[in-house]
Every structure is written in structure tokens, then in C-alpha cells.
Design a protein around this ligand. Structure first.
Ligand code: BV8
Length: 231
């Protein structure tokens, strides 16, 4: 049985009430990326960055997984082959929806990182400027998320999965952020069938074998029932 690799983006959490980045009124309409999602922005104004992530941490803690998150967990449980979920999202809704071994390539709101010694620990609900690291006591705590210009996490593991994929699906992502936006090409190289499930066609839609349009809570459960019944 083949390996299924699934990449998700902010669109899969939209119907759980979490803002996307590039939709109308999205996160990047309210904040300049350079100010809140880059290391330079953090060193320039750490309070602004902590405010940005504190607000999202509060939102994410209140959000509930939706039918799309739950359908992916069902696929992991019932599909005889391996199902790998790689997410660009920093919320924990895949895990809350029952998924396991989710690869958070852009980090998580739930994590804190020491910029001085690389120690990681569970983030408090609200982080403040000058928060100290529990390991080295330096006042250099930051959200454990991957900012622009920083290397996404577990890239070697992700490329190994893509090399073995027989089916690749991108769900709820605009395909504008690299290296995630190029995963479909890696999957194509391995001969995988590629599917995009999105509210509207992403920038890279033409590269996919199949494009299924609609809200994730409708398209994902239907797509997965089809996969499980076709076995
Ligand atoms: C890096 C922080 C290199 C966490 C984020 C070429 C190659 C490599 C890099 C680059 C390159 N070109 C440019 C770069 C640099 C840069 C980049 O890609 N820039 C872009 C803007 C051009 N990439 C980087 O800097 C990356 N790092 O490459 O490092 C390196 C090499 C060596 C050594 C060191 C470094 C780091 C990228 C990560 C940046 N961090 N966020 C956070 O705050 O969340 S990016 C941010 O965008 C989020 O992580 C988010 O997940 C990600 C992608 O956005 P999407 O998830 O796609 O969300 P978006 O709003 O865009 O789209 C939503 C979609 O959902 C839409 O299509 C919409 O239609 C759909 N939708 C809406 N509602 C629904 C729905 N679909 C279904 N149902 C619905 N209901």
C-alpha cells in the first residue's frame, strides 16, 4: 500500500475560526510581515511580536478542530499505508482532531525557544519581552515558530517522505511560501498522484493532477471517504 503525504495550510483551520494570512482581512492585512514574522522584526520590536503571537495563542486555545482535521485523523487510522501530515500551521488542531506524528514545519504556538541556547519548553499562554530561558536564564525567550529567512523544521524528514509518496495532497494553502510551495514538484518527481483541495485555486494549482474546490470541511471528508472506500 502506498504512502500518502499531506501538506496543510491556514485554510484547513479557517472554519475553526483561525485567520488565514492572505485572504481578505487576513493576518498579513493587519500586520506587516517584516514586523511580526521575521527575526529582524523581533529584534526591532519584541513586544509587538509577542503581542502578535500572544493574540494568536489565545485564539488557537479557544478553537476547535473541524470536520477536515477529523477526517485526516480517520484517514491515518483506517488507511493501511502510512499517512504523513506536514503542516505549515502553528495551531494544534490536527492533534486535537485525533491526528498523530504531525510535522509542524513552521513550529507551533505551543512552543517557546531560547534564542541564546536553543532550549525548547512549553510556551506560557502569554509571553513577554525579557522572558528568561529555564535552561540558561538568558532573557531571550521567543515563540518557537519559523520566521521568514529561518530554516523550516524537519526538512530532511519531509523530503524523505515526499520521495516515497504515492499520493500527495495540499489542503488549504495558497502555495506562496517556500519551501512548502515546492513540495508538489518533489512529489511529482517520485511519481505521486497530486491533489489540491482549496477554497480557490492556489498559485500552483496548474501543477496538480487534480484540484478539488470548496470549503475544507466539505471537500476533505468526501475525498477521504472516497480514498477509504476505494481500497
Ligand atoms: C526559508 C510563521 C531558507 C509562523 C511563516 C525560494 C526557496 C526558499 C525560500 C524562499 C524562496 N523564495 C522566497 C523565499 C523566502 C521565504 C518565502 O517563501 N517568501 C515568500 C513570501 C515568497 N521563505 C522563507 O523564508 C522560509 N525559510 O526558506 O529559509 C533558509 C535556507 C538556509 C538556511 C536558512 C534559511 C520560511 C517560511 C516560513 C515563514 N513563516 N509563518 C506563523 O506566524 O504562522 S509563513 C506563513 O505562511 C505561515 O506559516 C503560513 O502557514 C504560511 C503559508 O500560508 P498559507 O498556510 O498558505 O495561508 P494563506 O493565507 O497564504 O492561504 C490560505 C489558503 O487557504 C488560501 O489558498 C485560501 O483560498 C484557502 N482557504 C481559505 N479558507 C478555506 C481555504 N481552503 C479550504 N477551506 C477553507 N474554508
Amino acid at each position: 500500500m502506498g504512502k500518502i503525504v499531506i501538506l496543510t495550510g491556514a485554510g484547513i483551520s479557517a472554519e475553526s475560526g483561525l485567520g488565514t494570512f492572505r485572504d481578505e482581512g487576513g493576518l498579513w492585512a493587519q500586520h506587516r510581515v517584516e514586523d511580526v514574522a521575521t527575526p529582524e522584526g523581533f529584534s526591532r520590536n519584541p513586544a509587538l511580536v509577542h503581542d502578535f503571537y500572544n493574540a494568536r495563542r489565545v485564539q488557537a486555545a479557544k478553537a476547535k478542530p473541524n470536520a477536515a482535521h477529523e477526517a485526516l485523523a480517520r484517514l491515518q487510522k483506517n488507511y493501511p499505508g502510512e499517512v504523513v501530515i506536514v503542516t505549515q500551521n502553528v495551531d494544534s488542531l490536527h492533534e486535537a482532531g485525533g491526528a498523530s506524528n504531525v510535522i509542524h514545519m513552521h513550529g507551533t504556538l505551543a512552543g517557546a525557544l531560547c534564542a541564546a541556547c536553543d532550549h525548547r519548553w512549553p510556551a506560557p499562554p502569554q509571553m513577554a519581552v525579557g522572558e528568561t530561558c529555564p535552561a540558561c536564564a538568558a532573557p531571550t525567550a521567543r515563540p518557537d515558530v519559523v520566521w521568514f529567512g529561518e530554516m523550516p523544521y524537519q526538512m530532511d524528514v519531509i523530503y524523505d517522505h515526499l520521495a516515497e509518496a504515492t499520493l500527495f495532497a495540499a489542503i488549504g494553502t495558497s502555495g506562496q511560501v517556500y519551501p512548502a510551495a515546492a513540495f508538489v514538484y518533489e512529489a511529482m518527481q517520485s511519481g505521486a498522484h497530486t491533489v489540491e483541495l482549496n477554497l480557490e485555486p492556489s498559485t500552483g494549482a496548474a501543477s496538480f493532477d487534480e484540484v478539488i474546490l470548496g470549503p475544507a470541511t466539505e471537500t476533505v471528508p468526501r475525498w477521504i471517504e472516497g480514498l477509504l472506500n476505494r481500497r
